[in-house]
Ligand binder design. Structure first.
Ligand code: PHE
Ligand code: NA
Length: 447
């Protein structure tokens, strides 16, 4: 059997993980969640959860991936017994479903990049423009273009495909977003927007924490690409000598910085256009924000730059999901990489076609796909990993994290105890909340 692939450099691994983390979660979902859950109050909970839930679970995934040097399904088969040996399937199914609609949304974003380049977004008619733009063969085509890019990159493998492309994409995302944030800071609504975004209202926090906390936890998970084996897979291509915790701090830090910067872009633009009430879900960047672009100087160009940035961010995330499912076929069945990625990528493309084609049904499909995969399978995956390493594979976790550190000491114990109780309790609450929410929306759709 051919030797398993690996990252060429430490920077390559970090950039790949950052590229996976930074995506629609940062630039679309994060600002919309901040808007929905009380501005800075959300931000405070989010930052705490990133540090105390997200980071510990990322270390679990890193430890399992590097210890086993295998894809998530194979990894759990190798180290788990009984039901634990099967949980890799949760990740694989989640990845399959998430990528199918992530690519459709990325296709819409490509279409919005073109609209901005052609002139500007529809003033006063952004909702109608969204309905007219998305769906039909055009959206199937942009979905196909995006999946073709994903397949193309992953087909070249870890070093020549993923590592090479993230070295270009991640710096570009950073530079473009910072540039946009600087420009947004010169807009007339910037002062008001910063006050809203940056000064937490203790009253809001105290009154609504039972809602804000689970929402912030789900966001922390999604944004860090946790709970579906991406970080297991990426860490499986790592050498033994590396300090996982140190790399994790950089990855988590950059993802948080980029989400924060996305808020510094979105809120001044919204406040300048007097659109302080952001609409729900997929509407946020396509309706509220594109409406706002149509109201500010240079809105078309600016919008095109913004949507182009989001496309790149989505691509660097999508390749990480593709690699999870691809690595399964390569490791477990010895399938050639190009064959594996071609077959799975085509299947994922087909799964997304109904979402892309039928505009009237696409938002319904999004609720179904997103509900099952993001809100339930990701949290379930993270919860199972926390229980597994927190209670059963403690030594494996501690030994793996200690490599490259060699003096983990009390930090390791703190990590295990955070996993054992607070992380598990919190994720159970979040899972329950999300499951009831998803159930209610399914009843709303099908009932
Ligand atoms: N972290 C990505 C984002 O913020 C989404 C993602 C989730 C990617 C799970 C991979 C796995 O958009
Ligand atoms: Na993210």
């Amino acid at each position: 059997m051919a030797q398993r692939e690996s990252w060429a450099t430490r920077t390559g691994f970090i950039l790949a993980a950052v590229g996976s983390a930074v995506g629609l979660g940062n630039v679309w979902r994060f600002p919309y969640q901040v808007g929905e859950y009380g501005g800075a109050a959300f931000l405070v909970f989010y930052l705490l959860l990133i540090a105390f839930v997200g980071f510990p679970v990322m270390m679990v995934e890193f430890a399992i991936g590097r210890y086993t040097d295998r894809n998530p399904v194979g990894a759990m088969k190798q180290i788990g017994s009984g039901v634990w040996s099967k949980i890799g399937w949760v990740f694989l199914v989640a990845g399959f479903v998430i990528l199918s609609y992530y690519s459709v949304v990325a296709g819409w974003i490509l279409q919005y990049t073109v609209i901005g380049l052609q002139g500007n977004y529809a003033a006063g008619g952004a909702g109608a423009q969204f309905a007219a733009t998305t769906g039909g063969l055009t959206s199937v085509l942009t979905h196909a273009i995006f999946m073709a890019a994903v397949i193309g990159i992953v087909a070249f493998g870890i070093q020549d495909g993923i590592e090479f492309s993230v070295k270009l994409m991640v710096p570009a995302i950073l530079a473009l977003l910072v540039g946009l944030a600087v420009y947004a800071g010169t807009l007339s609504g910037a002062g008001e927007a910063y006050a809203y975004y940056l000064s937490p209202d203790l009253g809001t926090m105290a009154a609504n924490w039972t809602e804000i906390l689970p929402a912030a936890a789900a966001q922390a998970f999604f944004t860090l690409s946790l709970g579906m084996g991406v970080m297991i897979t990426y860490a499986s291509y790592l050498g033994e000598d590396r300090n996982l915790a140190k790399d994790g701090v950089i990855i988590v830090g950059l993802d948080t910085l980029i989400a924060f910067t996305a808020g510094l872009v979105a809120f001044p633009i919204l406040f300048t256009a007097d659109l302080t009430e952001t609409t729900d879900g997929p509407g946020f960047i396509f309706v509220s924000l594109s409406e706002a672009f149509s109201n500010i100087p240079l809105g078309g160009v600016l919008g095109a730059i913004f949507f182009a940035t989001v496309s790149i961010a989505a691509l660097s995330s999508a390749i990480s999901i593709m690699e999870v499912v691809t690595s399964y076929l390569i490791d477990e069945y010895g399938v050639d990489r190009k064959v594996a990625v071609g077959a799975l990528g085509t299947a994922i493309f087909l799964l997304g076609v109904p979402v892309a084609y039928d505009q009237s049904a696409s938002l319904v499909w999004l609720v179904v796909y997103d509900g099952i995969a993001n809100q339930i399978l990701l949290i379930l995956g993270g919860l199972l990993l926390a229980i597994f390493v927190g209670w059963f594979a403690t030594d494996l976790g501690l030994e793996e994290l200690d490599k490259g550190v060699r003096d983990l000491g009390a930090w390791g114990q703190a990590w295990i105890w955070i996993l054992r109780v607070p992380v598990i309790v919190l994720l159970l609450v979040v899972l329950w909340q999300n499951a009831t929410g998803v159930y209610e929306s399914f009843v709303g759709i099908f009932g």
